[in-house]
Design a protein around this ligand. Structure first.
Ligand code: ATP
Ligand code: MG
Length: 369
């Protein structure tokens, strides 16, 4: 899959811009605050109908404008897709693919794009919710089954928490009221945990080999699922242990008005050379680990028969020469398309002749070099 061309109107600091791309590597250079990340955001938005930076469409609207639009030509194995998105404040986003209107819910994440931005380091630095979101987004994009069960789980969780709160306030005291919610929570929760473990294992296998290549022979990466359900590595026990823990924790849950065990509170650990990356790894190691995860994601999509576009925002300046060179080599060998932004000259760009195109961005205008 590759994006052959993009048209932006009133998107962030772009007023009007039309641009065609190389099917392999595209490199955008520019000083700070010229529109490099905005361009990657436009590509992401075109393919996902959402941004990786904001949930507010209004933020994307160029100041003083009353609409923004994005258009693109996407080539896939199945053919050529002309995509048109139009946003006006207080109206639903309009989406057309080959002139056919499509609802946003059906379009979300239709064309998988993997991003790596400096913010992704928070995957290691921040608390569990960011890592859960990562697993859930990737799980949902790779497997609609996961997406649906996750949605069902959160619905049940919401209902169960509502009943807990009602019981706490004395509005409900009937016996047996919890049981149907408990059973649904256990059934769906066990599915989610098993799927996440499978996903994490697959991701670990891929990410490990990328981490080795990027970092060198002496470093190793490991991912480990951390569940609030204490089934001690035997997934066959999840349901029974989950049930036991719910029952043992009931008084506490009633007092707090919330469900205190389940995949909605789980996490995973990222270890480098056997130590927790959050506490012990250097900045460069953390960055390499996250990049290895992201490239692992690209591999998983590929295994499921889907080519992805890779968006790499301003990451080369953060890597040493060796890691940067490995990454460029990987991108030049890969079949899929990549977009790279950089504020300083890219070491090794000269080796990409024939498989890349370079551009400069200045004040919301893009020029081919
Ligand atoms: P850096 O190298 O610092 O990351 P960048 O080239 O990635 O810079 P962008 O994040 O793309 O910079 O932003 C470029 C400019 O876009 C900023 O100066 C910002 O003020 C401007 N900008 C952001 N949103 C809007 C908007 N909705 N309308 C107009 N301009 C905007
Ligand atoms: Mg930027």
């Amino acid at each position: 899959m590759y994006l052959a061309a993009l048209k932006l109107n009133n998107f962030r600091n772009y007023s009007r811009q039309e641009i065609s791309f190389h099917p392999q590597i595209n490199i955008f250079s520019g000083l700070n605050a010229q529109g490099k990340t905005n361009l990657l955001e436009a590509i992401y938005y075109l393919t996902a109908a959402r941004s990786f930076r904001t949930n507010q469409e209004l933020d994307l609207l160029r100041f003083e404008s009353d609409f923004f639009s994005l258009g693109g030509i996407l080539h896939k194995k199945e053919g050529r897709f002309k995509i048109e998105l139009l946003y006006r404040p207080s109206q639903p986003l309009q989406i057309r693919v080959n002139s056919l209107a499509i609802r946003r819910g059906e379009y979300l994440y239709r064309y998988p794009v993997v991003t790596f931005t400096p913010d992704d380091l928070l995957l290691i630095k921040e608390g569990p919710s960011r890592r859960r979101r990562f697993l859930d987004t990737e799980g949902s994009r790779l497997k609609p089954f996961y997406h649906h069960r996750l949605r069902d789980y959160y619905r049940v969780l919401q209902q169960r928490n509502r009943v807990l709160k009602e019981k706490r306030s004395g509005r409900h005291s009937g016996p047996g009221l919890m049981e149907p919610w408990d059973e649904a929570l256990i059934e769906l929760g066990a599915i989610i945990v098993r799927e996440r473990i499978k996903l994490l294992k697959a991701l670990e296998t891929q990410a490990r080999s990328h981490f080795l290549t990027l970092a060198g022979e002496q470093e190793s990466l490991a991912l480990c699922y951390l569940s609030t359900i204490e089934f001690s590595e035997d997934p066959g026990l999840i349901e029974d242990i989950f049930r036991e823990q719910l029952s043992a924790g009931y008084t506490d849950e009633l007092r707090r008005g919330a469900t205190l065990t389940g995949p909605h509170l789980d996490d995973f650990a990222i270890a480098i050379n056997g130590s927790d990356a959050r506490k012990f790894a250097s900045q460069g190691q953390q960055r390499t680990a996250v990049l290895a995860l992201k490239i692992g994601e690209v591999d998983l999509f590929k295994r499921s028969g889907t080519e992805t576009i890779l968006l790499l925002d301003d990451i080369f300046s953060e890597f040493d020469e060796k890691r940067g060179a490995h990454l460029l080599q990987f991108l030049s060998k890969r079949e899929g398309q990549s977009f790279i932004t950089t504020a300083s000259p890219l070491a090794g760009e000269g080796n990409l002749a024939g498989c890349s195109k370079s551009y400069s961005i200045y004040g919301g205008k893009i020029r081919i070099d």
